[in-house]
Design a protein around this ligand. Sequence first.
Ligand SMILES: Nc1ncnc2c1ncn2[C@@H]1O[C@H](COP(=O)(O)OP(=O)(O)O)[C@@H](O)[C@H]1O
Ligand SMILES: [Mg+2]
Length: 390
Amino acid sequence: MDNTNIRENIETSIKSINNILKLNLSIYALYTEKMDDSIIIVVFKKIKKERKLEEKRLKSRAIYTFDKIIGKNKNFLNIIEYSKKIANSKSTILITGESGTGKEIFAQAIHNYSDRKENVFMAVNCGAIPEKLIESELFGYEEGAFTGAKKGGNPGKFEMANDGTIFLDEIGEMSVEMQVKLLRVIEEEIIVRIGGYKQTPINVRIIAAANKNLKEEVENRNFRRDLFYRLNVLPIHLPPLRDRKDDICLLIDYYMNRISKKLNKRKVEINDAQMDKLVQYDWPGNIRELENVIEFFINIEHVDESVIETESSYKERKRGGSYNIYYDEDFMLNMNLENLEKVHIENVIKKFKGNVTLAAKAMGIGRNTLYRKIKKYNIYCSTLEHNSKM
Ligand SMILES: Nc1ncnc2c1ncn2[C@@H]1O[C@H](COP(=O)(O)OP(=O)(O)O)[C@@H](O)[C@H]1O
Ligand SMILES: [Mg+2]
């Protein structure tokens, strides 16, 4: 091997038992006195942190675009038109609407319709991050800021979203203390990491979302009035599915096609009477609920009207009663493990009224593991908490 055979910084990965390590590989010949080049040195280096960060940024992308948002209801189409118009503005958007009405997909579509589309779309669920961690998650920290702080510090979501969009979901869950800090960041457009002093200017478009009636929260003094007005510059209110019943058939068709393809299973025939019932039903969980119901039908290979029969059966289901449906043998056999895990986690969180710490204990896993799973499965703790009080 001569000098020309030196190989430096080849990106490679090594599979270990638990995961895949990404490494930089360099190969050098070791010249001894005899100029014998039979010995080579192989050097593996961990890929630099910045690279990992870059990859993290790349993963923070928005997938949805307006043309993938289903609906032909007139009011709904007007909302889409309005959203397109405000997509490129720097002003803050506040999206309100019940859970499952499409707040997150609207935020993504707006980002993708803007000049920022090539940059990061960073989604942060303010309701799923433990109170103690949210500040460092959003604003980052410097090395030595607290025990357990990473060497070299860590940038926060705002820094990572620079030149892009940050989506602050469930903003109503943010503590008043954090609200003050957020307001300051919005007004000054400057970030200071925890334990640091350097002021980093940021250019981030903020889209916030809430399923609570934030105005009411303002009246009840749970949400700061000044922050509310700062966020609510461009309001978007997404209607519940029951207010756009003319879209229900369309959505059922859409999800029937999509989910059957995804699961590689047959579509389920829905007769007129059943379709009537589906249209009349109130859909308190909105499009997310519709999606789940269709997935359920496809899995059990027929329409099970009991899922949507009456309002009272719905409440019963929410209270936990007929969630026993998930222990139906047929259903179990058709559920994949991930779906089962999700349903189980939701049930346990509900049982503990949204208290993630207790739920994690009950399931015998760490709280951080549970938060990861909550994020992975898009579980909405605050909704579960709310529902459990019904
Ligand atoms: N208009 C729509 N067309 C297609 N899918 C939709 C639409 N609105 C919502 N969805 C679907 O419903 C689910 C919930 O949407 P999401 O944006 O997460 O709701 P929210 O944030 O309001 O709870 C998502 O899986 C999304 O794919
Ligand atoms: Mg959401």
